[in-house]
Design a protein around this ligand. Sequence first.
Ligand code: PMP
Length: 414
Amino acid sequence: DSVFSHVVQAPEDPILGVTVAYNKDPNPIKLNLGVGAYRTEEGKPLVLNVVRQAEQMLVNDQSQVKEYLPIIGLSDFNKSSAKLIFGADSNAIQENRVTTVQCLSGTGSLRVGAEFLARHYHEHTIYIPQPTWGNHPKIFNLAGLSVKPYRYYNPQTRGLDFQGLLEDLGAAPSGAIVLLHACAHNPTGVDPTLDQWEQIRQLMRSKGLLPFFDSAYQGFASGSLDADAQSVRMFVADGGECLAAQSYAKNMGLYGERVGALSIVCKTADVASRVESQLKMVIRPMYSNPPIHGASLVAVILKDRDLYNEWTVELKAMADRIISMRKQLFDALQAKGMAYKLLFILVIHCTPGDWSHIIKQIGMFTFTGLNTEQVAFMTREYHIYMTSDGRISMAGLNSRKVPHLADAIHAAVT
Ligand code: PMP
């Protein structure tokens, strides 16, 4: 008998499990809208041209070896990553108040940041938006933080519950950590306006709440790297402290390379240097040091002006295709002559009579408002796969599949 015979079968991951189910479906009409990865109009994964070029440069460079990186990763990568998110002219960078460590994509950056906070920060409660990416509570709990929700999404308006957010953060104990999605909130696609960000900033600073930004979609949301980093930069411009977890999975298409960075902005260079020494103590026994290949690609692209410019063009093209998918889906639903009310239910972000919000909305996901039964129906009858909360990845959609999706949605709600 196995010493592990008592081990029970764990459930499939709610997000990655969608793809497992999709892969098992033999029907050729099947459509995977659960996957949080970009697909081309042909439904294929995309390797960016700049990534191919950078890879070629690395292959041809005989000085490239496979030695271990330092515990905190590739120095050029870390410097460039900080500039990318905080802005090249950021005071915090110029004053050496930022420590940046290369981590295993966004997830690893969040985990390292959380482990550091659990060891060295006086307040162990982290507030996360409701809803949020399903992995957030698990990451923070396992790091030893205690997780509490703050109101974020209002199902009635399908927009931000700004009042609820302010009330919940206003009632949080001073010093508590607050997780903020830098842009393109997952899964709702609802972001605060710049005005609202400013109010959130003032409230948080007045209460000494510590911001922990999760930036998984910089440039991928609006097509502009600067616009998508505005929220973070507001919190750094005020001279206060914060954490930021960056991922290059989406914006450089480096999903499987696991490239990301954790930055901690401190009050002084001296504090930043001591914080960095403790980040090493977190990382060393976990995975020793990060992988070299993906970070080298990012460093090449961020440092070479031509490659960088080409990257911004390719990034914008991905963002634009997603925006165009929103429009096509919206048009297809309208063409089906669906009732006004139905449209309101199906597509978030819209105020009655003004459909432009739907089309202008940014980010990878649409939070359709479809319930668990409707999702199950669409999977069963139409072979369309998505998470049970009704979240659709617009990046997984293409023009040919829009009519099929519109049919399915129509059938699910009528
Ligand atoms: N945060 C959010 C909000 C995400 O949506 C994701 C990816 N789904 C991540 C972090 C982390 O992804 P990765 O570890 O692949 O960078």
